[in-house]
Design a protein around this ligand. Structure first.
Ligand code: PMP
Length: 373
C-alpha cells in the first residue's frame, strides 16, 4: 500500500490538510453551523413529489441552465431585497435569472469563481480567521492565498480593507459577511471601499445572511452598478438544506458567462434542481425557524457571558466565545456529554452553533457543569 507522500501529486498540494470538521454521530451536534431543525413535514412532502416527478425523466440530462431554479432564486432574493432597500431608502434593482448562478453548495460556487478568476500566478486576499474552506479552495485551484489582518474584535474597517487591497493587489478579494467563525458583521462601506480600490473581483460570502438583523441591507444592495461584485449565498443554513447541496450567487450576468467556461456540463442534477425549486416555493415556512435560531443564539451569548466567557457579537447562527483556558479539554468534556462543538485552533476560543431550544439547553447545562468556579 502506498501513501499520499509516495504519489506524484502536485507540488503545491504536498503537505496540505483537507477540510477536517469531525463527523461524529452524537446527541447534540453543534459543530458545523447547520440548521438543526428538520424541514417541515408538508414541505418535505412537496419536495418528494417534485423529485419523484423528475425521476421519471432522469434518463435524460438535466436542464444545463437550471432556468426554473434560477427564476425561483431570483424571486426569493428579490423579496428580501425590496424590503431591505425600502428600509434603507435605496433604489430597488430587482434581480432576474440572468443575475443568478447556482452549484452544488456555495463551496462549489467559490471554487468555480476561483477557477475562472484565480488560478496559477493569481492571488486571492482574505481576512483570517475566516471560513476554513476559502484558503483550501484557493489551494485546490492553484491560487495564492494572501492572509490580510483584521482590526480589533475581528472587524475590517474600510481603510483596513483598502490598505490591504492596495498593498497586495490581489486578483480577488474574499469577504465573509457575517464572518465564519467569528460571527462578525461587515459594513457595506468596507465592501464598497474595497471594490473601489481594485479593478478585480470582490466576493462577499453571505452564507449566513438570513440570520442578520431583519430588514438590514446586505451586499445584494450594492450589486447595481458594480459588475465585478459577487454575492455568494447558500440554502445550507437558513433553509435547512445542507444535505441537498445548493449554493448560488447573485452578480452581473457576465459573471455567469465566466463560470460557464469552468463548470462541468449538467453540474446540477435534475433531482437537486427539483428539490431546491420545490423548497423555494415554501420559503416563508422554510425560514420560519430563523427567528427561533436567532433567539437561541442570543440566549447562548447571554448565558456564556454570565458564566464568565467572552462571546463575540454575532449576526449568524453561531457564537465564537473566548475566555476558555483549555479549548481542547472543554471540547472533550462536552463530547463526553454527547455534545460536539468546534475547536478551530484559535487560542482560548471555541465556536458553537445555535441549536433547537432543547439542544441549546443541553449545551448550556453542560457548560454550567464544566465551567471551573
Ligand atoms: N461559506 C461559509 C462562510 C460557510 O460557513 C459555509 C459552510 N460552513 C459555506 C460557505 C459552504 O456551504 P455550502 O457549500 O453548504 O453552501
Amino acid at each position: 500500500m502506498s501513501s499520499l507522500a509516495d504519489l506524484p501529486i502536485r507540488d503545491d498540494l504536498r503537505g496540505l490538510k483537507p477540510y477536517g470538521a469531525p463527523e461524529l454521530k452524537v446527541r447534540v451536534a453543534l459543530n458545523v453551523n447547520e440548521n438543526t431543525h428538520p424541514i417541515p413535514e408538508d414541505v418535505a412532502r412537496s419536495i418528494i413529489e417534485s423529485v419523484a416527478l423528475e425521476l421519471r425523466t432522469v434518463n435524460r440530462y438535466p436542464d444545463r441552465e437550471f432556468l426554473k431554479l434560477r427564476d425561483s432564486l431570483a424571486a426569493y432574493l428579490n423579496a428580501a431585497l425590496v424590503e431591505e432597500s425600502a428600509a434603507a431608502g435605496l433604489p430597488v434593482a430587482e434581480l432576474t435569472r440572468d443575475n443568478i448562478w447556482a452549484a452544488n453548495g456555495s463551496n462549489e460556487i467559490l471554487q468555480q469563481i476561483l477557477q475562472a478568476f484565480g488560478g496559477p500566478g493569481r492571488s486571492v486576499l482574505g481576512f483570517p480567521p475566516t471560513y476554513s474552506m476559502h484558503p483550501i479552495i484557493a489551494a485546490g485551484t492553484g491560487t495564492e492565498w494572501i492572509p490580510g489582518v483584521r482590526d480589533e474584535n475581528f472587524e475590517i474597517s474600510p481603510q483596513t480593507a483598502v490598505d490591504w487591497v492596495q498593498r497586495t493587489n490581489p486578483d480577488l478579494v474574499f469577504f465573509c459577511a457575517p464572518n465564519n467563525p467569528t460571527g462578525t458583521p461587515l459594513s457595506l462601506e468596507t465592501i464598497a471601499a474595497a471594490y473601489d480600490a481594485t479593478d478585480k473581483i470582490v466576493v462577499v460570502d453571505e452564507a449566513y445572511a438570513e440570520f442578520g438583523p431583519s430588514g438590514e441591507p446586505t451586499a445584494l444592495s450594492l450589486l447595481e452598478g458594480r459588475p465585478r461584485l459577487i454575492v455568494s449565498r447558500t440554502m445550507s443554513k437558513a433553509f435547512a438544506f445542507a444535505g441537498a447541496r445548493l449554493g448560488y450567487l447573485a452578480a452581473d450576468p457576465a459573471i455567469s458567462d465566466a463560470l460557464r467556461l469552468v463548470r462541468l456540463p449538467y453540474h446540477l442534477s435534475a433531482l437537486t434542481q427539483a428539490a431546491a425549486t420545490a423548497a423555494l416555493a415554501h420559503a416563508p415556512e422554510m425560514l420560519a425557524m430563523v427567528d427561533d435560531i436567532k433567539g437561541q443564539r442570543d440566549r447562548m451569548a447571554r448565558r456564556l457571558a454570565e458564566l464568565g466567557y467572552s462571546p463575540y457579537e454575532s449576526t449568524s447562527n453561531f457564537i465564537l466565545f473566548g475566555g476558555v483556558p483549555d479549548p481542547h479539554r472543554m471540547f472533550e468534556q462536552l463530547l463526553e456529554r454527547e455534545i460536539i462543538i468546534r475547536d478551530l485552533g484559535i487560542p482560548n476560543h471555541l465556536r458553537v452553533s445555535a441549536g433547537t431550544e432543547s439542544e441549546t439547553t443541553a449545551f448550556l447545562e453542560a457548560m454550567d457543569e464544566i465551567t471551573p468556579r
